[in-house]
Write a protein that binds this ligand. Structure first.
Ligand SMILES: Cc1cc2nc3c(=O)[nH]c(=O)nc-3n(C[C@H](O)[C@H](O)[C@H](O)COP(=O)(O)OP(=O)(O)OC[C@H]3O[C@@H](n4cnc5c(N)ncnc54)[C@H](O)[C@@H]3O)c2cc1C
Length: 479
């Protein structure tokens, strides 16, 4: 459970029980979808559906930084795409922070928005040059950049920092918007299929259908493959987070460009000051044990076992050129995805941009985030992404034989792979072990007792209920 999860509003809103005709349907109530709904709140026939509860997806497991200093993204974009793209991306992130601030101020959302300095640091001499390039790019864009030493006890040898960035409590933000917009939200309403019929989209739920003139897909990973083909345009990255209480809030957030990756921020409320430490980011296709990675985070940040308050992991979608996809799939079908672990700024920005697009108002950054962009940086990663998907697929099949022999029995029924898991109480759970989304073999996550897809991040409970997309189907096995 994440630090934010404790405050998640679990009072479930109504689910949709009958067919409905709407002008605009938003699928997914994370930071992106909910912010889109916020900007469309004055329009009459606009609704949002979420498969679960608002905020209870990737958003509740973020670290909640609102910053435009994102590793060395600008240097990467200058080198691999062009300077214009880097400039536009910087502008977009600054606008995103302004949008976040103005929503929070206007709606008086008490989500502990705090102005902090953002640092990027390195622990290796050979990376100093790249950080200096990032500094120079920012300076050339009239951003004030400091080279002060990182003011916390991490092995940084060089760092740069900027001033006008923030941290917040993402779930207090989503809770507030959920409350404000509850008349327009249906929870526990999963969309499993989209079909275009004439000029409308038919969105099929498990028992109902919604006919929509326009649809915004904001469900993190889209549940359909065509026509967008996200699996070949991205991979999944997973990271591990621990929190402990500390005496002082240094009012900074920091991230390293070095290996092992580290990121840190602080959160303060009436119960104390929390240090939020993240490390061990890896592609999910290269399976790693959660228990081992949490131990590594502990070691990197020197956290004693007894001091750990919260421990959680999270996944996000990494695109080839590190830019999100925000725009049209088809004429009246829109998507926001691929936030590259910067979905607080990009999710809020996506909500704003897509709300403008559906209303046919001018929306900036069309080319920057276009689904059709074809820069070489993006295309050159298609091949590794395909290889990566193949590795996930092949290694997940192999893993069945090697992993968790003591707790799991893998077998076949009617030619289909199943697994029987026996939990601590001796209760047995039988599930299919092939992900219904695209056929990858699922990995059992012993820490959280879930079945996780290493290819596209779908997740299932131990008894087979789908709790995270892109899959829309359960894997329950019945005799
Ligand atoms: C370790 C880690 C740390 C991060 N830290 C930061 C940070 O400090 N700053 C930052 O900017 N970003 C950060 N991010 C990134 C950020 O958390 C995500 O990009 C962002 O939360 C994604 O939001 P979302 O709205 O796209 O997805 P979600 O929050 O997952 O929302 C999607 C919603 O759609 C619903 N849904 C899914 N499928 C369906 C369906 N078929 N029908 C109906 N509903 C559906 C889900 O239930 C869910 O509620 C981090 C990411 C990671 C992995």
């Amino acid at each position: 459970m994440s630090l934010w999860d404790k405050k998640l509003n679990k009072d479930v809103l109504f689910s949709l029980k009958e067919n409905k005709n709407v002008d605009i349907l938003i699928i997914g109530g994370g930071i992106a979808g909910l912010t889109a709904l916020y900007y469309l709140k004055d329009k009459k026939n606009v609704f949002l559906v979420d498969a679960g509860i608002i905020g209870d997806g990737v958003t509740k497991n973020t670290t909640g930084k609102l910053t435009y200093l994102q590793n060395t993204i600008y240097t990467d974009l200058v080198h691999h795409v062009n300077k214009d793209t880097a400039q536009k991306y910087l502008k977009s992130q600054k606008i995103a922070i302004d949008l976040a601030k103005s929503i929070i101020e206007k709606e008086k959302i008490n989500c502990h928005l705090e102005k902090v300095d953002s640092y990027v640091f390195t622990t290796k001499p050979k990376e100093i040059k790249k950080l200096k390039e990032e500094r120079d790019f920012l300076l050339s864009q009239n951003i004030k950049v400091s080279e002060n030493a990182l003011p916390i006890n991490l092995p940084a040898i060089y760092s740069i920092s900027v001033e006008d960035t923030y941290v917040f409590h993402p779930i207090l933000y989503t809770n507030h918007l959920k409350d404000l917009l509850k008349e327009k939200i249906f929870e526990n309403t999963k969309i499993i299929k989209l079909k275009k019929e004439k000029d409308k989209y038919i969105c099929f739920g498990e028992k109902i259908k919604i006919i929509a003139s326009k649809v915004i897909v904001a469900c993190h990973y889209p549940f359909f493959f065509l026509p967008f083909c996200l699996p070949i345009k991205s991979h999944i990255e997973k990271s591990y987070i621990l929190t402990r209480k500390v005496e002082k809030n240094p009012k900074i957030s920091a991230i390293t460009v070095s290996n092992p990756g580290m990121s840190i921020r602080y959160y303060e409320d009436e119960s104390g000051i929390y240090e939020i430490c993240l490390a061990c980011s890896h592609k999910t296709s290269i399976h790693q044990k959660d228990t081992k990675n949490f131990k590594t985070v502990q070691k990197i940040f020197n956290i004693k076992e007894d001091d750990i308050i919260d421990a959680w992991s999270n996944v996000d979608i990494i695109t080839g050129d590190k830019l999100p996809f925000i725009g049209n799939i088809n004429k009246k079908l829109y998507i926001a995805t691929g936030f590259n672990t910067w979905g607080m700024t990009n999710g809020i920005l996506a909500g704003y941009l897509l709300s403008r697009k559906v209303l046919e108002e001018p929306a900036p950054f069309e080319d920057l985030f276009s689904l059709k962009r074809n820069n070489f940086y993006q295309i050159k990663n298609f091949f590794p992404n395909i290889i990566n998907s193949a590795i996930s697929l092949i290694s997940s099949k192999k893993r069945e034989k090697d992993w968790y022999k003591s707790h799991l029995i893998f077998t076949k029924k009617n030619g289909k792979s199943i697994a029987i898991y026996t939990d601590k109480e001796g209760v047995k759970y039988t599930v299919f072990t092939t992900c219904p989304h695209m056929g990858c073999s699922l990995i059992f996550n012993e820490l959280e007792e879930t079945w996780d897809c290493p290819c596209h991040s779908s997740r299932y409970t131990k008894d087979g209920e789908c709790i995270k997309g892109p899959s829309t189907k359960d894997i329950k096995y019945k005799e």
